[in-house]
Design a protein around this ligand. Structure first.
Ligand code: TXA
Ligand code: MG
Length: 317
């Protein structure tokens, strides 16, 4: 059921059920962080391997005190600056966080979502919520309540409807090493943002591409039909002329002959492009097209995170 009733969400969560949760990034599949059976249900519903850990969602920075054993000063600064918001921190977990949430890692991923309904819900609960994105493993993340319903139907009794996600791509995930911040997954808060806020502190991207790292599966976020990243969409349309082509471009491309097209942002705004990315991919996937042709966005700011998502969704030809 798609609903705006916080009470139904509270009832379902208290009974150990999984709900659809709106956040500012993407929709999540949420359960009581302290109920191991409920946490296991998330893995089952998503068909997600148990070695891929879950993010714990909290109402505010104070709420993490019991969940971790140490908070570096720089983490405190980042929380006060960005929370609630699309930033996930990896911190050493306390014994309150079970191993099935972290896939036995000593670190737990934490974030406070900046969405009014999610925050109202978290404020009325006496437990935090674990929530991965509300898509079956390996498919495109949902950015509205209907997407979640289309994926899971009545397997989820309550999908809290918070409208379209404002950010549209998943949170930035960072960890802390001695004098360094490590970006595990890029998002709308960028390396440049950290450099501005933190000055001299070193910020680098994770190098070790082990599969268990966040979002590190090679193909991920992927539609069912092939998505091809093109250097020149107009040229490639001719190349694939016997196929029904769906085009996903940043701005409008005039005079092309394709089956259907979606534009990420009429004005070329990368923020708007992120907001529309998954919804447009889902639409093209269902359009009846045979393939999707798309293009890289400018490698600046959140363009980098979007390009990374496109690579993960793409097929090599
Ligand atoms: O924006 C978001 O972060 C959304 C919304 C719903 O909050 N959530 C989300 O969750 O994207 P999920 O499960 O789809 O992606 C979380 C990523 C996974 O790639 C997982 O491997 C990583 O975070 N992760 C979670 N806990 C971790 C941990 N303890 N250590 C390393 N990586 C972790
Ligand atoms: Mg996900």
């Amino acid at each position: 059921m798609i609903t705006t009733s916080i009470e139904s969400a509270i009832n379902a969560l208290t009974k150990g059920e999984v709900i659809g949760l709106p956040t500012e990034t993407v929709y999540g599949l949420a359960a009581n962080c302290f109920n191991e059976e409920a946490v296991q249900k998330i893995y089952q519903i998503k068909n997600r391997p148990n070695d891929n850990p879950l993010i714990v969602h909290v109402k505010n920075a104070d709420a993490i005190n019991d969940l971790v054993i140490e908070i570096p000063e720089v983490a405190k600064l980042l929380m006060s600056h960005y929370w609630p918001g699309p930033l996930t921190l990896l911190l050493p977990k306390s014994s309150l966080i079970s191993d099935c949430i972290t896939a036995s890692s000593p670190l737990v991923a934490l974030r406070s979502p900046n969405h009014p309904l999610a925050l109202r819900l978290l404020n009325q609960l006496n437990f935090p919520l674990v929530a991965p994105s509300a898509n079956p493993f390996m498919s495109v993340s949902p950015t509205n309540a209907q997407h979640v319903h289309d994926y899971f139907g009545d397997d989820i009794s309550v999908i809290l409807d918070g409208g379209n996600c404002q950010k549209g791509i998943e949170s930035t995930i960072i960890g802390f090493e001695k004098n360094e911040i490590i970006i595990y997954r890029e998002g709308t808060i960028t390396e440049e943002d950290f450099k501005v806020l933190l000055g001299d502190l070193k910020v680098s991207k994770i190098k070790n591409k082990k599969v268990s790292h966040p979002g590190m599966y090679k193909r991920h976020y992927a539609p069912n039909i092939p998505l091809i990243i093109s250097q020149n969409i107009a040229e490639d349309i001719k190349r694939f002329k016997n196929k029904k082509i769906g085009v996903l471009s940043l701005i409008q491309i005039e005079n092309i002959d394709c089956y259907c097209k979606e534009v990420l942002s009429e004005s070329g705004s990368l923020e708007e492009a992120a907001q529309h990315l998954y919804g447009h991919l889902i639409k093209l996937d269902k359009s009846g097209a045979d393939i999707i042709l798309t293009e890289f966005l400018p490698e600046i700011g959140i363009g980098k995170a979007i390009n990374e998502k496109l690579i993960k969704a793409s097929t090599t030809i």
